[in-house]
Each structure stands twice: as structure tokens, then as C-alpha cells.
Design a protein around this ligand. Sequence first.
Ligand SMILES: *Cc1c(COP(=O)(O)O)cnc(C)c1O
Length: 353
Amino acid sequence: MTLPTLTIDLTAIRSNWRALDKLSGAAETGAAVKADAYGLGFAPVARALYAEGCRSFFVATLSEGLALRDILPDATIHILNGTDTNGAADTRAASLRPCLNSPAQVAAWRKAGGGPCALQLDSGMSRLGVQPADIPALIVGEAATLAQVTLIMSHLACADEPEHPQNEDQRSHFAAHLATLRPHAPNARASLAATGGTLLGPAYHHDLVRCGIGLYGGLPFWEAEPVVTLTTPAIQIRDVPIGTTVGYGADWTANRPSRIATLPLGYADGVHRAISNNSTVYINGKAAPVAGRVSMDLITIDVTDFPNFGENDPVEIIGPTRSIDALAADASTIGYELLTALGTRYERRYKGA
Ligand SMILES: *Cc1c(COP(=O)(O)O)cnc(C)c1O
């Protein structure tokens, strides 16, 4: 049976990297490829970015770092979640650089033998990173480790809202902590911006930007080239009389003689249940409403206004007419969550591999 097809355009990812690299000026443009490159496939995406010139990569966990090291023997690979006493030796052996997030992580790295690493500061997001109050003790007690720090970084909480006052707040806190640490970490470059911060302008670029979502065609990078296309055939089409209900909970009722098509994908494939009765898919660029609740493996749509639609005609879930952010908005979420939720059951095709 024909499966829904997820097409990932590697040429578009490369061109988005080039566009962000241009925007970031003299700063190096690194790539966030955590969570299987935002669901799009770690190996092909990382190889494409490397081929385009990207040399610094960011993943969340040690296992992601080890997998990426196998693919890219020469890249600089950072582990955003840092390390601990269990993971430090393997991190070191694979020449991965942990983003040390606390005095305990700094100590664990030192005890494992140390080496090139990043230091992540909390500049106001209160999520991950060394607290400002801990900096003086690090300067006194961890001088040798600080000398090995190659990157001092922090992360912005509101970069997708350019007018948000917290952006400037975090920027100035980061600058102040950087000034305190610099004399003790002479080998460190600085990094504050992800995609959103890159778009905020040169004051946020420092030496390295860490772009994720913009590479994959998502907001806040409005000018991104779309990367993902998701299309599917139908597996059944039926005519139903007025008053017929469709799907779980009998939540949709035909108010005219209707034609219902059933698509072979559902919330287990990352099409959120929240779009039930509340979204559209596209046939030849024209909207067809989702009719009834999204189930685990199936979605029903109303194709009454598409009398010529047949089972083998492609239905666009994501693509030129339907951005990841538009679909995500119907599910009250963001493009990031939509991409990382895409399941493993699609037929995946890579363009430009
Ligand atoms: C995920 C992440 C990034 C990339 O963020 P985007 O918004 O996808 O560009 C950069 N830095 C850190 C610390 C992250 O967690």
C-alpha cells in the first residue's frame, strides 16, 4: 500500500544555512541537530550541512553526540545538556565538547581529565547554565578548567519576539559575565544567538550563532526556504448521506450529502489530534477541511467539493501551500514540536542528497 511521503529538501537546508551565515556576518554559523535534526534525519542533514561548510554542531545528549561523531569525524560537536560523572569519560573519548552547566558539571569534567569544553551561563532564562553567583568560585577553584573553555555561551528566552525587553536584558547580562570570565578563559569564543537571536542583529551575534529551526524552514526565520513536504494518498473514499457522523465521538455530522476521504496517517505520525475538526489539508492548492477527530493512524477529510478527487491523488498536509507553522498553529503549537513529532512510518525521501 502506498504510504504517506515525507520529503526533506537538503538543498533548501543548505541554502537556509547560507542565508543565516550571511545574516550572521563575521560570526561562525553552527547548526543545532539535536532530536534527529528536529525530526528530519540526523545523518543526511548533518552531512549536507557539513558539505555546505558548517563545522560546529550542537546536540542535546551524549548518545546524540556519539552518533554524530561517527558521521562527522572532524566536526566540533557540543553537547548542550553538558555532562556528569557517568558520561564525562565517553564524552572525552569521542572528542565531544560538553556545555558545562553547573559547578558540579565543571567538577565532573575536570575529574574525568578535562579538555576542550563550553561553559553555558544562565543570563536570565532560568533553565540551564551556571548561575552568576557561582562564577567567582569557579574563577578561584576551577582555573585550569576555565583555561580549557573554548566557548562561553548562553540562550535567549524571547528571541522570537524582537520587541521583548528580555532580549536586551539577557544580552547585557551575558556581556557582563563574559567580561568577568574572559581573563580566566582566554581561549573562549562567545555565543548567545540561536535562529531568533541571529535575526535580532549584530549585537547578538558574538563569535558563533547556533541555528536550528531556521535551517529547517521554520519561524522565526520568515525568509527560510521550505524544507518539508508531506503528502499522502487516500485509502478509502465514501459517500455519506445528510446526518451521517464521522470518526471517534461522532464529532462531525454531514449537513449535506458528503464525500469523505480517509488518509493513512494520524497522531502517531505527528499530525496532532488537536487539529480535529479544526484544520485543512490541500488538494491541488485548494483547502479541504479535516472532518472529525484525528485518530492514531487515520484522518478523515471532507472532499465533497472535490468530485474528481480519487484515492491516488496526492493530499498535501505540509508543503508549498501549507507551512509547518500554519499547521502547527491549528494544533496550538509551534513548528519545532510539529517537526520533532513526525513519526517513523513515512516513506522518507531526501532531495539533493
Ligand atoms: C535548540 C537550541 C538552539 C537552536 O535553536 P533554534 O531556535 O532552533 O535556532 C540553540 N541553542 C540552544 C541552547 C538550544 O537549546
